[in-house]
Ligand binder design. Sequence first.
Ligand code: KIV
Ligand code: NA
Length: 266
Amino acid sequence: RKSITLHRLREMHAAGEKIAMLTAYDASFARLADEAGVDCLLVGDSLGMVVQGHASTTPVTLEEMAYHTRAAARGNRTAFLIADLPFGTYHEDPAHAMRSSAVLMGAGAQMVKLEGGGWTPETVRFLVDRGVPVCAHLGLTPQSVHALGGYRIQGRDEAGAATLRRHARELADAGASMMVFELMPSDLARGLQADNPGLMTIGIGAGGGTAGQVLVLHDMLRVTRGKLPRFVRDFVAEGNTIEGAIRTYVAAVKDGSFPDESLHAY
Ligand code: KIV
Ligand code: NA
């Protein structure tokens, strides 16, 4: 297939085609996921947990993200490659975020992702004005896990939902082209997409009302031990092989059968 550009993603979104995203941290899986039809690869700072074995994403450094981004970029052929700015690398001011983004773009990222709302729009605008496409990330923002008090669903009460509505609008106005919604009620995520129709919203544990879906590779392949989150489906059992699992995931995102509101949503 031809390379998936930001322009192509916008066309897909405008046409109502769902966007399938999956994390990838190395060349082999990036190549496999690309060939299996994944539209966007995310070099997520979840690598701090599933690759490095940390208890959270907060210890991950910019150099580590750049290393994994270079590896994934070498394996990738056509997917759109996004990399996470890790904790502490965009927080001081917009110039700090630009310096860090330049490192990830130099490593092969085509877009950077940063977490949070309220204080982030100024930074997003600064990056977008300078040619860095930005994906925002609202809801459960894992880099703030110690402030949030655990990995729990966000926006359940009206005050929390109102804050998320404001943050999403401000980030869209600042020029974010994509936005991950993690762990929030389906109705809220659906409403946020409706409020910001041009924005490509990507859900994880946020129901089926978003423009696309993302999962952590190790979770969807059942490599992660312990109880899987509710929003993960057993794609390996359905697809038999790793490639089959990823193809099944892509097909299920595209035809809207994943996530199932009664099984994988809140
Ligand atoms: O780091 C990551 O994998 C992420 C996704 C869960 C969206 O941020
Ligand atoms: Na992340």
